[in-house]
Design a protein around this ligand. Sequence first.
Ligand SMILES: NC(=O)C1=CN([C@@H]2O[C@H](COP(=O)(O)OP(=O)(O)OC[C@H]3O[C@@H](n4cnc5c(N)ncnc54)[C@H](O)[C@@H]3O)[C@@H](O)[C@H]2O)C=CC1
Ligand SMILES: CC(=O)C(=O)O
Ligand SMILES: [Mg+2]
Length: 617
Amino acid sequence: MRMRWRKPNNRHCHSVASSAFTRGCGPSPTQVQLNILQKLAKIMFPMSSELVFKVALHGDTLLTSPRWNKGTAFTKEERKDFGLMGRLPSRVNTIEEQCERAYDQLRSHESPIQKNSFLQSLKEQNWVLYYSLLSRHLKELTSIIYTPTEAEAIAKYSHLFRRSEGLFLAFPDRGSMEEDFLEQIRGKDIELIVCTDAEAILGIGDQGVGGIGISSAKSAIYTLLAGINPTKALSVTLDVGTDNETLLNDHLYVGWPSGRVRGVEYDKFIDKFVQLIRKHQPHCLLHFEDFGVTNAQRLLELYRNEHSVFNDDIQGTGAVTLAALMAAVGVTKSKLADQRYVIFGAGSAGLGIAKQVRDAIILTDGVSREEANKKFYLVDRFGLIKQSLGPDKIRPALLEFVRPDEEWSNVPTNDAGEVELLEIVKKVRPTVLIGCSTKGGAFTERVVRTMKEGCERPIILPLSNPSNLVEVDPKDANDWTEGMALLATGSPFPPAKMPNGKDYVIAECNNALIYPGLGFGSMLSQSRQMTDGMIIAGAQRLAALSPALKDPDSGLLPDFQDAPAANLEVAIAVAEQAFDEGIQGVSWSREEVRTKAEDKQWKPVYGRYEYDEQGAK
Ligand SMILES: NC(=O)C1=CN([C@@H]2O[C@H](COP(=O)(O)OP(=O)(O)OC[C@H]3O[C@@H](n4cnc5c(N)ncnc54)[C@H](O)[C@@H]3O)[C@@H](O)[C@H]2O)C=CC1
Ligand SMILES: CC(=O)C(=O)O
Ligand SMILES: [Mg+2]
């Protein structure tokens, strides 16, 4: 891996949208903000007249194609050319009018889950309108199509089911997997596949076939935040059964109603899928999402050297958390290597974070791997991960982080002989406490206050999703530490009040702030692998955009409103790193990365259609 560690800086502030990114960058703030907003507006909503598409669809087939349908925005001329006269009401609308109408309709739905269903149905009808609407109300609507509301939609998938989306590969139909896959991608140039086996969806566990909801939500976020062309993305659910009794006992369950396939048969099934991607789509990025803890790391290691494979829960979460921590140590004027880390929940996310931060400590501060490992205390269902838990309770991937028993011989345990979080906090006096356990409320008042006694500015990141599983409500953590905690959460939370009455922005430390950029950077450079160097380069770039580096009372990470601009920067850093490592698969040069990235982004604009038999279908 050829890469140099670079301290966060603001070199890239000219090209991002947030005012927080731009303070101190040459022209007056107002002028800079104006330029940036104009640039962002152009990126998000370029003039549709600039684009011309050759389209081969006609009449109803055009109106029912979500990619090409424009609804009432078809011009009179297009209506004549495409057999739409009489199929649409007379008035031609602009996209602005369509968004206004759709937003009014959305607001007539009261509950978040109803809004989620409405947006899903809009997506099935008209992609340009769907993504335009989401872009215009990014923060508000991301929480509807992603965490927290998507968790509820997934749990209710079989009951809310109306129309299928994506590719369903069920274990009993494995004989026709290749045919089914080819049928789905026929005529398409797929660059991204997001797949899940749905064993650990967000924090709500095994959701069987409903897992398609996370693949398509993650895929939509790729489009929304990184401009991935939705026609080039495929969402997949690998339906290997479910051990969720509620689903198995539900006669309306639409997945394969069987217990989960495990062991050799499971591995063969996954391998068949990966190999057919390697055969038919050798350049596409394969994104794994929400696999169970026993498979996630194992599958990543198995395939990452032979294909561009990415596990979001491990690598995406590791990267976004590293960026948040880099910003936090920037505020406390300390180093990553100075911290003592307690990670509560040693699953995919917990391990991914530990490894990512450990690797960064080695790179930044020249600490040996062994010394760096010692800075981490991992905690899981059986309390502290220490030697005497034995191989039944310690996955091989955790071995580097196991604490020696002697270190804990004088520490009180519970009846089961486990060392619980409070005792760990008392002994370790952590400066960083991260939650990815799915155990809502685990960071109790005592835990947080004890942590505060041991350090002036505790860094607390309760990352579990959805919102009701957060380890501590950030408002409480803020109150219990008299506003001194540096906080970020996995799902959106409102600002907390500082003792001086000021709002403290709770940054969203969600992998969506970085994975679209990591994936886009890899796709853009057509790199053969997603390397650790590329991921760290992306995390560094995101950290450099932290508003907290300018104002310590601002959020640790860019506001979600700025997520498209931040992800573009991440993508550029990742692609540049691919060049530095010599693993790019494109013939253009490193200097062209930014222009190529901006050009490649798909924008939700209609453009003008011309009928052409050889055109898009
Ligand atoms: N903010 C973000 O970007 C991300 C957040 N997450 C969230 O983190 C949580 C975990 O996700 P994954 O690591 O993918 O799941 P996972 O299933 O791989 O890991 C969960 C771990 O927590 C442990 N655990 C369960 N109950 C516990 C308890 N009472 N005390 C301590 N540990 C306990 C489990 O044994 C398991 O090792 C989920 O809520 C998920 O939504 C995950 C990925 C990204
Ligand atoms: C955000 C995410 O990937 C998760 O909660 O699993
Ligand atoms: Mg996930």
